[in-house]
Design a binder for this molecule. Structure first.
Ligand SMILES: Nc1ncnc2c1ncn2[C@@H]1O[C@H](COP(=O)(O)OP(=O)(O)O)[C@@H](O)[C@H]1O
Ligand SMILES: [Mg+2]
Length: 278
């Protein structure tokens, strides 16, 4: 595949020495301390770490929802800090799909309307936007929810609508904060397969997760601790790609960089890395 070595292409997301400090003086909290991180086309990065380690802050900075105290965030080569509000909103809508932890669906709009809204704001016709929205709903296995309002859905259904909304259009960067938190394990795996497929088609994704089995869908796992990247491990998928094998077909048990790290229990699932049913 064309992106078999993701490090050769320009990153979709580049966090350069990013620091984020909240509050002042005695109340100062260093949510992130000098994080360097690049995510390339085709790469699926999982972010793990204890509560308060800076995972959500990392994601909001990457999505242009918050600005760093120091350092730079670049998306498709554009430094977000240099953009005015309008251009930042345009870039976010066109280039970034963001799955919020609490979904952030608009209650007055149906599922299909929630999903198609960013496309319509981008000038796509209502008919085309609806067709795209239905395709996204179908990809997530919830086409029957198209005309339902968020209040009439379960948390898991809302979560899948939020994921569909993040995937519509040709967004190059998908950011997701625990996108499977409200899903049962089978549905969660199905959602991860959709994210994986999006990356295999050339997008870049960064996902916060507590589940080592979910991180196993990623090419790379970044472990945060106290606002710093404590370690990075490579998933088997990257290994398979680098070996030139079929990323979906290589046997379980192939050598892995291993998720076997960390204070978050990831080590327990290292052996299960290749067992994720496909
Ligand atoms: N708006 C804020 N104001 C003050 N402190 C914050 C704010 N957002 C996050 N923090 C602090 O920054 C640290 C990292 O938070 P967060 O990124 O939410 O961590 P995680 O998602 O890993 O749990 C925590 O100590 C948190 O309390
Ligand atoms: Mg968080």
């Amino acid at each position: 595949m064309s992106h078999s070595d993701p490090t050769r292409s320009a990153p979709v997301l580049h966090l350069a020495n990013v620091t984020r400090v909240h509050g002042r003086g005695a109340a100062e909290v260093h949510a992130l301390r000098g994080v360097d991180l690049a995510v390339h086309p085709g790469e699926f990065v999982a972010v793990m770490g204890p509560s308060g380690s800076g995972k959500s802050t990392l994601l909001t900075l990457a999505g242009g929802l918050d600005a760093p105290s120091e350092g730079e965030v670049r998306v498709e080569g554009v430094t977000l800090g240099g953009l005015g509000r309008g251009r930042l909103a345009d870039l976010r809508r066109r280039s970034i799909g963001y799955v919020f932890q609490d979904y952030n669906l608009i209650p007055a709009l149906t599922a299909a309307e929630n999903i198609s809204l960013p496309r319509e704001l981008d000038g796509v016709s209502g008919r085309t936007a609806r067709r795209e929205a239905l395709a996204a709903l179908e990809e997530l296995g919830i086409l029957e929810l198209a005309d339902r309002f968020p209040d009439d859905m379960s948390g898991g259904q809302q979560q899948r609508v939020a994921i569909a909304r993040a995937l519509i259009g040709e967004r190059r960067l998908v950011l997701a904060d625990e996108p499977t938190g409200a899903l049962d394990s089978a549905t969660g795996e199905a959602v991860l397969a959709v994210l994986r497929a999006r990356c295999d088609a050339g997008a870049a994704a960064m996902m916060v997760t507590h589940e080592a089995t979910h991180a196993s869908w990623a090419d790379r796992v970044v472990h945060l601790k106290d606002g710093r990247v404590a370690s990075e491990s490579h998933g088997r998928r990257t290994g398979k790609r680098r070996l030139g094998g079929d990323p979906l077909g290589a046997p379980a048990g192939a050598p892995a960089g291993g998720l076997g790290h960390a204070d978050d229990g990831a080590g327990h699932a290292a052996g299960g890395f290749g067992e994720v049913a496909r």
